[in-house]
Design a protein around this ligand. Structure first.
Ligand SMILES: [Zn+2]
Length: 427
């Protein structure tokens, strides 16, 4: 047997999970950027849905529904939907990162489906009230989220204000003034104010400035995009409701049941070299080399020790696991698991490892320590062990190539192609 490799015959799931946690952590460390933002800079290629693919509209439709059912800041409240075909009707299964939030999201989803079903029977030009109903209900439930975006916009606009003091064009001043109306809007008017800005000439100017000057303008454009989420999502799902009328009609919404697990803090080694030694054992020079090259990650490791890191089952992993365990049939025979955010490194690996032949979904590539594989029935323990072992081996090869190739502490080169398919690095 290869030194440092795991042995699925003798290792329990708990031991394999402990190994995988350390492997995830080595990946987290290679992505750490000590200064600037973001603190986690993936060097994997970030991907979006492939617009050229046949079911693009359906997949986008589901991702938008997930976004409309996430009420807190995106990182804190993630929803996943998988749609099961029952022949005569459909069932929308819903999972959240925090199982306690799933019920409220499911009730909201049921309401949205009702609005969309009604909209699907009305000509396109008379659907404005339905779009307004979707925005009102969804943004109304997500007040914390848009207030946070408004606060971030205010902070970023203050930075722009200081920059503008050293010389400015009239275009920049107009953009600043128009963005200021969103910042000063009352909580009831923030989302509508962002939508009005989105339709103004100032937004086009902001897009141009973000492309040419980057920096603060890019951040402002991003935040305006966040605040326009409800408008963009609502107009998309209402516009396309007719195409999916058959699935929406009389559809049921169910929350997937998750087995409870012990949320004790994840145990990790205390030094960078120690973390790598857990994954690479005494194999070659990787652990001592990583200990030297990534020594700047020690403060991050210390912080992870100070604040207990408890495992989470990510929403899309839970959903994929559920469809796999129950052998459910996907609506339109399209094996797509939707989610309110692009997926992380481990979720993508996990979804590919399941025998479901899932369509790749958008992927941001960041690895997190707080990731737990959904637990199977006991008769699938052997399969789960194999999945964990394969994921561990993949991460180990990937991290080894990062350390040897000095690909750490930086972000992927930005790729402007929007229609690319999801690809994990070949290692
Ligand atoms: Zn994930």
């Amino acid at each position: 047997m290869e030194t440092g490799s795991t042995n699925i015959i003798t290792q329990s799931i708990d031991e394999l999970e402990a190994d995988f946690n350390h492997a995830s952590l080595t990946k987290v460390l290679t992505q750490y950027i000590p200064q600037g933002k973001p603190r986690h800079g993936t060097h994997n290629r970030v991907t979006k849905l492939d617009k050229a693919q046949r079911m693009w509209t359906w997949r986008r439709f589901l991702d938008y529904l997930c976004a409309l059912c996430s009420f807190l800041d995106a990182g804190d409240d993630i929803a996943s939907i998988g749609v099961q075909s029952l022949g005569y009707r459909a069932c929308f299964w819903l999972a959240t990162n925090e199982p306690g939030r799933a019920k409220a999201s499911a009730e909201h989803l049921q309401r949205l489906i009702q609005i969309l079903e009604n909209a699907s029977n009305v000509p396109l030009e008379r659907r404005l009230p339905f779009m307004r109903a979707v925005i009102e209900a969804s943004a109304g439930a997500a007040k914390h989220r848009y207030i946070l975006y408004q606060r971030k916009l205010k902070h970023t606009l203050n930075i722009l204000e200081k920059e503008l003091q050293s010389g400015t064009t009239s275009k920049e001043t107009t953009v600043y003034n128009d963005l200021h109306t969103i910042v000063t809007a009352s909580s009831e008017q923030v989302v509508g104010s962002a939508e009005a800005f989105f339709h103004s000439a100032s937004y086009q100017n902001l897009v141009q400035l973000a492309a040419t000057k980057q920096g603060v303008y890019k951040d402002l454009r991003h935040l305006v995009g966040r605040l326009c989420l409800w408008y963009n999502a609502a107009s998309f799902v209402v516009r396309h409701a007719t195409e999916f009328r058959q699935v929406l009609a009389g559809a049921d919404v169910q929350v997937i049941s998750q087995r409870d697990f012990e949320k004790k803090p994840i145990a990790i080694a205390s030094t960078v070299q120690g973390v790598f030694a857990k994954v690479f054992r005494s194999q070659g020079p990787i652990a001592p080399m990583a200990g030297q090259r990534l020594a700047y990650c020690q403060p991050l490791l210390d912080a992870l020790h100070t604040k207990p890191q408890r495992p989470i089952i990510h929403a899309e992993a839970a959903m994929a696991h559920y469809f796999s365990e129950k052998g459910l049939t996907f609506a339109y025979n399209d094996p797509y698991i939707s989610c309110s955010k692009p997926s992380c490194y481990a979720c993508m690996l996990y979804m590919r490892a399941l025998p479901l032949d899932l369509v790749d979904r958008p992927y941001h590539g960041n690895a997190w320590l707080r990731w737990k594989m959904p637990v199977s029935r006991s008769d699938n323990e052997r399969r789960d062990a194999r999945i964990l072992r394969d994921m561990f081996d993949f991460v180990r090869r990937d991290v080894e190539s990062c350390v040897m190739g000095e690909r750490y502490g930086r972000r992927a080169v930005f790729e402007s192609t929007t229609g690319m398919s999801g690809q994990l690095p070949e290692v």
